[in-house]
Design a protein around this ligand. Sequence first.
Ligand SMILES: Cc1cc2nc3c(=O)[nH]c(=O)nc-3n(C[C@H](O)[C@H](O)[C@H](O)COP(=O)(O)OP(=O)(O)OC[C@H]3O[C@@H](n4cnc5c(N)ncnc54)[C@H](O)[C@@H]3O)c2cc1C
Length: 378
Amino acid sequence: MPKRLTKRGDQRTPLGGSWDVIVCGASFAGLTVARQLAGSEARVLVLDRYAIGERQTSACGIPTEWLRVMGLEASARQEFGELVVHTPHGTTRYQLPWTFSTFDYRQLCELLWAQCDAEFETAKVNGRSGETVRTDRGDVSAPLIVDALGWRRILASDGGYQPPDAPLSRGLEVHPEGGSDDLEIWIDRRYVPAGYGWSFPARDEQRIGVGSFDPRFHVKDTTVLLADDLERAPVRYQGNWIPHKLRAGTEDEIFFVGDSGGHCLPLTAEGIRTAFYFGIKLGDELREVVEGRQDREAALREYAQFVDSHEWKFRWLLRAQRLVPKLPARAQRAVIRACGRKRFVDWAFGHYLRIAPPEFAGSPPRPRDAREPVATAA
Ligand SMILES: Cc1cc2nc3c(=O)[nH]c(=O)nc-3n(C[C@H](O)[C@H](O)[C@H](O)COP(=O)(O)OP(=O)(O)OC[C@H]3O[C@@H](n4cnc5c(N)ncnc54)[C@H](O)[C@@H]3O)c2cc1C
């Protein structure tokens, strides 16, 4: 069972007041925005219903270089230079031009938080009116409000998406003990008609799951089936909806980032590095505001345009997401094998990485001990 760190009972004192920036959501996207504001002297409040790092939200796999440029390498658990793709008609090993790593969620969040100088409070965000965010502990306000709350897009005026009638995929995984040397995916209708199964080893833990592009397909039984096939126990479940369509970066003077902005990539459901990428851009725009170099309207415009400029990349991936499941199984196998040639893999994975390239993050941050102390979450 995950250890409960969230404030309860007497600790849940009323919350109120004003800040320069309120970041709702303390996972990949929200913590990245707060990190970009560190040292700006802005008063930044980060809110989450759980303590930082308490509830893992993904299989935690990412191109390794993103961990390095963000100063998060210490959270890495296992590194892979190959991706093993299984179909019912054969297996192909892709030699990747860059490596992929799994990491520990709690440790990564703590490392990100150590790069911030914001205040943190555990509170459930219920909604917003104007510059006021309503939480279960009271109302807080700021002229700059960020929704990094995940796919629900809670602070949107239309109330967000309602599954299953929304462009959402469904993902579920189990976290048994055990290990493996291979990063593996399965494109196999036995597990899911449209989507894929995965096994992401993380040293002494294996993250085994199934993602369905069709939100109506329930993945619980086939997640158990895949775990059984790998002779692993289906224990410690973790799952969520995964948005697969890019959305407007701003709405009603609110900034949306990470899954709330639809920043998870279609086809692969990779949403961590894009949460970092768009979080960096948003944090930098907000910093320009709090340091007096632009006004809020300029930041809203700039960030919205930046997000929109990525629309065609997301659209192409979404097309591929719709096309691949329609191919007969043998054609899928033929395509996967043909795509396994080294030159093609280098080209395709190079382009794929450049959708949200690690160079965007700039240099790794300086070591923590060179800075002022920060407030802790627990
Ligand atoms: C099973 C599964 C496996 C995945 N594996 C990978 C992977 O290996 N690699 C990858 O790149 N992507 C993966 N993804 C996608 C990835 O998890 C998301 O794209 C990513 O987590 C988005 O980050 P985020 O910060 O926007 O949102 P989240 O990580 O979802 O964080 C949202 C935060 O908001 C908080 N919150 C939500 N509602 C409220 C509220 N009302 N009040 C207060 N706080 C609230 C939550 O507690 C959470 O901390 C996976 C997704 C799933 C479902």
